[in-house]
Write a protein of this length. Structure first.
Length: 312
């Protein structure tokens, strides 16, 4: 596997072993607000964009949707190292960028300005930068480009599409909300629901109650997160995870709970919404990131200022 065109290693950050760490790759447009620059790139082309980035290389970019999530992840690392300075099971953040290294100086400077502990900046000129995810041991990929996300999911990497929005997420603890079907779990019940309606889905779930559900695209990431959470007591954990699902607790919640138990995945709180909007409960939880496969749920989350990522 060829290395990306240019990888800048951040020497200010302790490099981590990707076989032990939870590696998260974010694109520049997921972590910073580059909407104006992206518009310039689309309208005027790469040359004008590069000139603009070089002229503004000392002007920090404003935070993007995934920014607060990355800050909260950094706080978890601090807490883990406080309790065990030799621990290697940490979050490791790398930035994947389609910028050239020349126009990427502003990205590196912005990360330093905010004190973000990003271990590597990969500047890739290929059309499909997701081919480098596996070689870096990436467990979660966040991008503002739908094609990127679909390519990553096809390569077997947990991935989600981030929409640019103003985010006011609190810093600690790290709060992550997962939807159930087609996110944590497979979409088998969703498919039955599409074909046979709610009654058919309920009957199917009752018949399959003792059988754990299949794995969804974000299961691997959730499992690693759960493993890190187990390093702490419930009261002192810097990680909180939630399940917010459209399933009803009465008819379809039992199988979900049994599946999580079978996987050994501890979730702090589970909300079975029975089809009700998720926005109000998300506004109460105030997560750093919310993963869902339904665009209407993503819209509801954005309406209450919750950073959200769509799993197509």
């Amino acid at each position: 596997m060829a290395e990306p065109e240019s990888t800048v290693v951040n020497t200010n950050v302790k490099q981590k072993d990707p076989s032990k760490a939870l590696v998260i790759a974010v694109t520049t447009r997921a972590i910073f607000n580059l909407e104006e620059e992206h518009k310039l790139y689309l309208e005027k082309g790469k040359e004008d964009y590069t000139k603009h980035q070089q002229a503004n290389q000392d002007k920090p970019l404003p935070p993007g949707t995934a920014f607060a999530f990355i800050q909260a992840v950094q706080h978890v690392n601090e807490k883990i190292l406080e309790s065990n300075p030799a621990e290697e099971d940490l979050f490791d953040i790398l930035v994947l960028s389609n910028n050239s290294p020349e126009s990427g100086v502003r990205i590196v400077n912005s990360a330093k300005h905010y004190g973000l502990e990003i271990s590597k900046f990969c500047f890739v000129s290929d059309e499909d930068s997701t081919q480098y995810l596996k070689s870096h041991g990436v467990k979660l990929f966040l991008s503002a480009d739908r094609t990127d996300v679909c390519n990553a999911l096809r390569r077997g990497v947990s991935a989600a599409l981030v929409f640019q929005q103003e985010v006011q997420a609190p810093r600690t603890p790290l709060r992550v909300v997962f939807d159930g079907d087609a996110v944590l779990f497979s979409d088998e019940t969703d498919q039955i629901f599409q074909e046979q309606g709610l009654e058919g889905a309920v009957q199917y779930e009752r018949a399959m109650e003792a059988v754990p559900m299949g794995e969804g695209p974000l299961k691997a990431f959730a499992m690693h997160l759960g493993k890190m959470r187990k390093k702490f007591s419930q009261e002192k954990s810097p990680i909180r995870s939630y399940l917010v699902t459209a399933r009803s607790g009465r008819d379809m919640g039992i199988r979900a709970i049994k599946t999580l138990r079978e996987w050994g995945l501890a979730i702090d709180e589970a909300f079975f919404m029975d089809g009700a909007p998720k926005g109000p409960i998300l506004a109460q939880i105030q997560p750093h990131i919310f993963f869902d496969d339904g665009l209407h749920n993503i819209q509801g989350a954005q309406n209450v200022g919750v950073p959200s990522a769509w799993v197509p």
